[in-house]
Design a protein around this ligand. Structure first.
Ligand code: SAH
Length: 429
């Protein structure tokens, strides 16, 4: 989105660079030879995506300087010390989190089971303040491009599962690249999540070619291809993909295998760890509101997520969807979703937390509420309008192109109204 500004690369050691945005510093990954100290660069999700000419960068920065300061002030005013009255145990837990002490499972459960509206507001304000302390007002918005709804798996939650009788589509390399090009050139996006069902009809070579071509547009290629071989992910890393989204879905092994027949949590975790090891910026997380899940499962999910130490936390509610065995499940409440974001922030204070598109389906105000409860990044769907409705992993996704343009505008307005600036969120480590 046009909401990304350049910064100056002020240091570079091995592949870790530091970018300066009006005096604020963010760490980013820099591939060998891609930039040198003194260059102006655009970074997304903690990764350098392109250099930009000095004169162009300086002009953008002159235009932004004043708004940047104003946005910072606005963010600071929205995170002024929350009003701390209420239940003593509740306040003690928040105080402990504030001191960065590890919260016990019992304490985390206590937070998750809080229903009192005033206390919940305090929890969200607290998490928001923590986000501000750790990350300042940086925000990032990625585009997601869903390129195939074919899938060999039969996951019980997913609307594009193999046995759902659904019209299938598969974009060609040219169509994917053309859409990404439109996203970069016309809409100003700088990061693309390329997502699909587990579709083995694209050859490794074709996927490598897609990654190379999309990357050459000067953007972050973020993969979300599911359970594919380590060898393929390695090839795609070598081709230039730098981030990957692979959720562990749930920390409950039995539930995992029931919901994802023929697969195990162990294998999924092994793949997630491998992806981090080979250098991908990792986004992972879980779904909540699954049948058979308890509050303990949710806390275990939050803790497993923290153990995996991803660069980005991406969790979202189950949206019961037609064509799936879970179609009649009850929708989880928006408050639970916000509590999960806030508790994630308390457990991993420096995390980058995404407000997922599924949460927006659950609650139209979710973006704003999530950003005010500890989250700092967003996603917008850039899938071509002709096929968007067919990428029905869950129901209720809007599919008009006009709506996308409106959404971009609304997102920029929202980020501005909350005082979030377009400097990159940076790497955590
Ligand atoms: N096939 C790939 C990527 C596509 S699904 C994979 O499995 O990783 C991307 C994410 O959408 C999944 O990780 C899952 O957490 C989420 N998802 C699938 N069906 C959903 C539903 N009905 N409601 C909410 N989220 C869902």
């Amino acid at each position: 989105m046009c909401y990304a500004i350049p910064g100056k690369l002020i240091s570079l050691k091995d592949n870790i660079g530091v970018v300066d945005y009006f005096g604020e510093e963010r760490k980013i990954l820099v591939d060998k030879g891609e930039a040198t100290v003194g260059d102006y660069v655009i970074a997304q999700g903690g990764v350098l995506v392109r250099k930009i000419p000095e004169s162009q960068a300086e002009q953008i920065l002159v235009d932004w300087k004043e708004s940047f300061e104003k946005l910072k002030e606005r963010d600071a005013s929205l995170t002024s010390a929350p009003d701390v009255t209420g239940d003593t145990k509740f306040l003690q837990i928040l105080q402990k989190a504030n001191l960065k002490q590890t919260l016990s499972k019992e304490e985390l459960l206590f937070l998750l089971q809080t229903t009192d509206k005033k206390q919940l507001q305090l929890l969200y304000d607290f998490a928001n303040t923590m986000r501000q302390k750790e990350h300042g007002n940086a925000s990032c918005t990625h585009a997601i491009l869903e390129f195939s709804n074919n899938c060999v798996f039969d996951c019980e939650y997913c609307g594009i599962r193999k046995s759902h009788d659904l019209k299938r589509y598969r974009l060609t390399t040219e169509e994917i690249v053309a859409r990404a090009k439109y996203g970069v050139e016309q809409l100003g996006f700088t990061a693309f999540v390329l997502q699909s069902g587990e579709d083995f009809s694209y050859t490794d070579e074709q996927l490598v070619d897609i990654v190379k071509q999309v990357k050459s547009l000067g953007v972050l290629v973020f993969l979300s291809l599911g359970l594919r071989s380590k060898a393929l992910y390695k090839k795609l890393y070598d081709a230039g993909a730098r981030a990957v989204l692979l959720r562990f879905e749930t920390s409950d092994e039995q539930l995992f295998s029931k919901l994802r027949p023929g697969t195990t949590l162990k294998d999924r975790l092994s793949l997630i760890k491998y992806l981090k090891e080979i250098g991908y910026v990792l986004a992972t997380g879980f779904m909540y509101g699954l049948p058979g899940e308890t509050d303990e499962t949710i806390i275990n999910n939050i803790l497993l997520n923290a153990d995996l130490a991803p660069d980005m936390y991406s969790s979202g509610p189950l949206i019961p969807t037609k064509g799936t065995p879970l179609k009649e499940e009850e929708l989880i409440s928006a408050d639970t979703a916000l509590k999960i974001i806030a508790i994630t922030r308390l457990v991993s204070s420096d995390s980058n937390i995404l407000v997922t598109t599924a949460l927006e389906t659950l609650e139209p105000q979710a973006r704003k509420q999530g950003l005010l409860a500890g989250a700092n990044s967003l996603m917008l769907t850039l899938t071509p309008p002709e096929v968007k409705a067919l990428y029905a992993i869950y129901d209720g996704k809007a599919n008009k192109e006009d709506r996308l343009l409106e959404q971009i505008q609304e997102t920029i307005e929202l980020l501005k109204s909350l005082g979030r600036s377009p400097m990159d969120i940076g790497l955590i480590q």
